[in-house]
Design a protein around this ligand. Sequence first.
Ligand SMILES: CC(C)(COP(=O)(O)OP(=O)(O)OC[C@H]1O[C@@H](n2cnc3c(N)ncnc32)[C@H](O)[C@@H]1OP(=O)(O)O)[C@@H](O)C(=O)NCCC(=O)NCCS
Length: 153
Amino acid sequence: MRLLAEHSGSLDLHPTYTYLLCCSLFRDTCRVVRDQESIVGFVTGLRKPRSPEVLFVWQVGVLESARGQGLGKTLILDLIKDSKLPLPQYIEATVAPENSPSLKLFQSIAKELKCEFSQSSGFEAHHFGSENHSPEHLIRVGPIKHLVPTTFS
Ligand SMILES: CC(C)(COP(=O)(O)OP(=O)(O)OC[C@H]1O[C@@H](n2cnc3c(N)ncnc32)[C@H](O)[C@@H]1OP(=O)(O)O)[C@@H](O)C(=O)NCCC(=O)NCCS
C-alpha cells in the first residue's frame, strides 16, 4: 500500500507503520485489490469516532495501469455495503481541489447512490505549516438512504 501511494502521483506518503495501523485497528474499513503479483488498489478509511454514521475515506489509490476500470469506485462501494457495519449515512473525504480524478470518483459514487455531493472548506494551506501543501476541501456524499441493488451484482 505504501509503495502504491508512493507511485500514485498525488497521495501523501505515510510511514509503513501507519498503513499497518489502518489495516489492523480499522480493518473493517480498509480494502485491497490484488492481481497475481501485487496490490493494484487500496482504500483506507474509518468510522468517525464521534460520528460513527460517517465513513471517512482517508486514502484511495489505484495503480496507474489499472485506473479507469471502476476499481476505485468498487473499493469504496464495497466499504459501504459491508454487512458487518450499519449502512453509513455519509461518506466524507478531503480532496485537493486540483485532484480532478478524485472529485470525479466521489461525484460518481454520489450519482450511483442517488444522493448529494457537496464540498466545503476542510484544511487550508496554512494548516500544513511550512510543508507547501495544497488546501484540502472536505467533500461529503449523502445522506445515503439505501443501496441501489444493481450496483452490487
Ligand atoms: C482517484 C483514483 C483512485 C480513481 O481510481 P479509478 O479506479 O481510476 O476510478 P474509477 O475507474 O473507479 O472511476 C470512478 C469514476 O471517476 C471517474 N474518473 C476517474 N478518473 C478520472 C479521470 N482521470 N478523469 C475523469 N474522470 C475520472 C470515472 O469516469 C468514473 O466515473 P463514472 O462512474 O461516472 O464513469 C485514481 O485516479 C488514483 O489512484 N489517483 C491517485 C491517488 C489519488 O489521488 N487518490 C484520491 C485522493 S485520496
